[in-house]
Design a protein around this ligand. Structure first.
Ligand code: SF4
Ligand code: SF4
Length: 612
């Protein structure tokens, strides 16, 4: 049976699913009628599934232009009476923070869940912010699953909670929960329904002008106090008792799995309070656990979020127990935990004087794929800057595959901050220093948050050369469509919005070059560097991972190769390697892009095409 048929199958079926896939199934078991996202690892697989199943299930699904827009679309759908779901990676919630915070004041109609997928250790992110802080900031109820089964089941509870209190619920995962694979038992799929709503009758609730917002805030904090004491949601939390336990552990999310594994490996037993509702803290069960354990360690990744709450609660109860965790340095504040990190803390709590050490893991630096258009683009632009004597220009880059240009041998990024920042940071540097800057942005990032930055840079008079690296997709997260393509399958009345039309509309002069035409990129870059003002070059070449028929590969003529290794050292395509004194190409890895056959890479023309 295909994946699609399986994930749409009946109650009682069991399927091996990623946490994110289980969340998509959970949306179907919750009657979600409207879902929106901007793709971002580690949340992307939720969208990959929902995009495919939405038409059959009867859900509206879209990849929005950015997270703020996705949030507002989902909020609008909830107001209109649909259960709605919006999901994003952790930094995406920064973009959506404005509507998120105020939507807790106004509340919602149809149940609304906001999934944030955090990335401890930053496997594919620029920071490892702990988005549980957003739950406190916005006074949002928050639920954290530990595995795929809980991810599906807890999502359903999140909708019940959301509708009972008319509040959006924050649903927080981390990379390990989103990307863990485990068997998931299916429940009933629920058909999306339309609630009977009257938005116009509730103007004072949904219009957060100061006079209304002042009344809404105390209502919100009152609701949160009710939730902390609401026994209807007890199934989110559980106590596991161990006879003879010397201490207690409070934990949640992925950390619970580390706790279970570490206890087994260390041969220690301890009582555990596993929280699924982590904002507000469920007071009843937490107090019960604290009274029964004279010594407690709070085990959680990133910030001491739960620990701070537990310490405050402990003070409020008159210091009924002793609390350990990050604040007393028993556990680190940074990066994803491992079994070893947690085990060492548990050994200390158990009074054992031994420490386990991890074997260091060697990792190779990331690189562009064979046939990636960004490789030949950066190789050519770097050469052009050198030829023009402009190596000292500041290079302001952005978030996407092309951020890999930071690494050797390209070294083509001096600054990478956040989505869309390459243009505004580059413009700020240009205006403050009086010098030209060079900026890089991808097509999807340009649509996400580069357009407003480009308008601002243009009207500020920034002296900047902007490269828009258009690979026709949101590549890094799984080839989701950009606004250059229709939003949904079968949308015949929309043919896409071109980057050219946007640049024309905001009066930025531009040229378009082929990403694999190295000579043209070099000439265009050198000539553009001579002009002052804001100019853009669209460097266009399809992502090598987009489906395409391979019609050729390239090979090195051993007689002609002089062994200069420009193709391996400076161009660095992973399909090319050294073979004694000459280069060789792996025909299976070669994507057939032809970029290495250009004279700028192989000066003697030793790299030849082989047709398939
Ligand atoms: S660039 Fe050409 S000559 Fe130099 S090592 Fe590669 S194939 Fe050989
Ligand atoms: S043609 Fe050359 S650059 Fe392109 S994928 Fe093959 S080996 Fe790499």
């Amino acid at each position: 049976m295909s994946f699609l048929k399986n994930i749409l199958s009946d109650s009682g079926n069991v399927m091996l699913l990623l946490g994110n896939e289980a969340i998509a199934r959970g949306a179907m078991e919750s009657g979600v009628g409207f879902a929106a996202t901007y793709p971002g690892t580690p949340s992307s697989e939720v969208g990959e599934v929902l995009m495919k199943v939405a038409p059959q299930y009867g859900m509206y699904f879209q990849y929005s232009i950015n997270e703020k827009v996705a949030y507002e679309m989902a909020y609008g759908a909830s107001l209109a009476g649909k259960r709605s779901f919006v999901f994003m990676k952790h930094v995406g919630l920064n973009v959506a923070a404005d509507p998120f915070v105020t939507s807790l004041y106004t509340g919602i109609n149809g149940g609304m869940v906001v999934m944030t997928a955090d990335d401890p250790s930053m496997f594919s992110s620029q920071n490892e912010q702990d988005n549980r802080r957003y739950a406190d900031l916005a006074h949002a109820p928050m639920i954290e699953p530990s595995d795929p089964q809980e991810a599906k089941d807890f999502l359903k509870i999140a909708y019940t909670l959301s509708e009972k209190y008319s509040l959006p619920v924050l649903f927080r995962t981390t990379t390990r929960v989103s990307h863990m694979r485990a068997p998931v038992v299916f429940g009933e799929r629920i058909k999306p329904e339309q609630m009977d709503v009257r938005i116009k009758d509730e103007r004072s609730r949904f219009s957060s002008v100061p006079s209304n917002a002042r009344k809404l805030k105390p209502e919100l904090t009152h609701k949160m106090a009710l939730i902390s004491d609401d026994r209807e949601f007890n199934s989110l939390n559980k106590i596991e008792n161990f006879p003879g336990s010397k201490f207690g552990i409070i934990t949640s999310g992925a950390s619970y799995n580390y706790v279970r594994d570490s206890l087994d490996s260390a041969g220690i037993g301890a009582n555990i309070l596993k929280l699924g509702l982590t904002n507000p803290i469920p007071t009843g069960i937490t107090e019960e656990f604290m009274r029964e354990n004279g010594k407690i360690i709070v085990i959680e990744e990133l910030d001491p979020y739960l620990e701070t709450k537990i310490r405050v609660f402990n003070d409020h109860l008159g210091k009924i127990t002793e609390i350990h965790g990050k604040i007393d340095q028993m556990l680190p504040w940074s990066h994803e935990y491992s079994e070893t990190v947690v085990m060492n803390a548990l050994l200390k709590m158990d009074g054992q004087d031994r420490e386990i050490k991890d074997e260091p893991i060697k990792s190779a630096p990331p690189d562009f794929c064979p046939g990636c258009p960004h490789r030949s683009a950066f190789f050519s632009i770097r050469r052009a800057l050198k030829m023009a004597g402009k190596n000292d220009l500041v290079l302001s880059s952005d978030i996407g595959c092309y951020s890999l240009s930071y690494y050797e041998p390209y070294s083509m990024a001096d600054i990478i901050l956040d989505m869309g920042a390459s243009i505004s940071v580059g413009a700020g540097i240009s205006l403050a220093s009086g010098k030209k800057t060079v900026a890089f942005i991808g097509d999807s990032t340009f649509f996400h948050s580069g357009i407003t930055a480009a308008i601002n840079a243009k009207r500020s008079g920034a002296n900047m050369l902007l490269f828009i690296l258009d690979n026709s997709t949101t590549a890094m997260t799984g080839q989701e469509p950009t606004p250059e393509f229709p939003l949904t399958i079968g949308q015949e009345d929309f043919s896409g919005i071109s980057i050219e039309s946007i640049l024309s509309g905001i009066q930025i002069p531009f040229s378009v070059v082929d990403a694999f035409d190295e000579g043209k990129i070099i000439r265009e870059t050198i000539s553009s560097l001579k002009e002052d003002g804001f100019k853009a070059i669209i460097v266009r070449g399809e992502c090598a991972l987009l489906p395409h028929k391979k019609e050729r590969y390239f090979t090195v003529n051993a007689q002609e190769c002089r062994g200069c290794m420009n193709c391996t050292v400076n161009f660095h395509c992973p399909a090319i390697s050294e073979d004694g004194n000459i280069a060789k190409i792996n025909p299976y890895e070669c994507d057939g892009c032809g970029a290495c056959a250009e004279v700028y890479v192989c000066p003697v023309g030793a790299i030849r095409e082989v047709k398939l």
